[in-house]
Design a protein around this ligand. Sequence first.
Ligand code: ATP
Ligand code: MG
Length: 441
Amino acid sequence: MPTHDPSVSTSLRIIPRDQHPISRRGISPNALRVLYRLHEAGHRACLVGGAVRDLLAGQAPKDFDVATDATPEEVKHLFRNCRLIGRRFRLAHVVFGREIIEVATFRANVDDGSGDRQVHDDGRLLRDNVYGTIEDDAVRRDFTANALYYDIADFSVRDYVGGFDDVSHRVMRLIGDPETRYREDPVRMLRAVRLSAKLGFNIAPGSAEPLPRLAPLLSEAAPARLFEECLKLFLSGHAVASFEGLERHGLLAALFPESAAALDANRSGALRRMLVEGLRGTDRRVAADEPVSPAFLFAVLLWPAYCRALMALQAQGLHTVEAERRAADRVTLHQLNTIALPRRFSLPMQEIWLMQSRFSQRQRKRVVRTLSHPRFRAAFDFLVLRRAASPAHEDDIAFWQEAQGNPDAAIAHHPAAEGGEEAEVPRKRRRRRRRSHAAGE
Ligand code: ATP
Ligand code: MG
């Protein structure tokens, strides 16, 4: 008898090997090894989750997860290279050098008395440690597209919740009642946006409707988990699509309240242009297999908030240098309420911001010092981005482009920065430079 949530209707559809495109050639040899070994030992063994979804959608999976009816202890007996992890839910990791195949025992989502599932008063799931049938395992997953099983016994795909058709129609649809499922785990709202951005899917209307309404629930999610989710949203090669999805579904303000407010207030759209340009650059780098840094990413995402805070502090009559430092600190501190941005990223993020005003200083000594700053490259790349917001930076960009090869030639070719409206700048900057080392305290 099925033990799964009775409000979710399921019916098994088996898609035989000749009616789906998943080939063993697309599956990691190590995942196949794990599947075969489990199968030969008499267990049910299926590839599940993102890997099946991605293969059906024609994308190369990032990692391969296996679901089985073997318990973690039984899995451990079958593989020497296996370690058991997790307290919330016991999982087996089978380790092949740098590749880890995660093996999870089928588990259920309802408390039938056999396990120790805990639900918080507000509907959030705290622990779910109940083993179940494959059908139970399917319905406790988030989206129908994520609940498909590729069975190594006959190479068929097993579909309990309509995921196969949803993938064909490129739809992300929550399993069960969307509002209930978002309340259980608000991070699912971000997963809806992220996975549809990644795969080019649409969110089903019923699953999209609650998003703007339930967005405030994200403030209850663990800030460390939101940080991880942000890295996946923006550093996996589909940052622009993720950003647009967050905007479209009313989730941006829940993650970045001050940046969202600043973007709303910025009538010209200059800040948004720059932000999107920054994310586009990130996507290009990921596509080219170049490294991307969370510090630079967050410098881009929180720049609107920083600019707005800076303007407010200057309007209060604060000296530019002091206002810059305080704006950087304030934005960082406030952002920590939602997303646990570690200091090893927030400090360089602040340096990228605080270096921006150095780029208008062109006395030789300062130029040399700026060029040798460890954050020069990132800060200069950031300056280049700011061109999307305002053409006013062209001259600075040209200057620093040249200065990297030959500072003296650059100074000779670009004499403009000394004198005129910039005349006052050097005096202020002297103080700022000392303090900028202490930024973030
Ligand atoms: P990707 O790895 O491409 O980011 P994924 O779908 O594989 O996407 P994972 O976080 O690796 O995402 O999760 C693996 C599987 O676990 C999912 O496909 C889904 O079936 C299930 N899952 C993950 N997170 C949740 C959640 N919050 N609620 C319910 N099921 C989840
Ligand atoms: Mg995955």
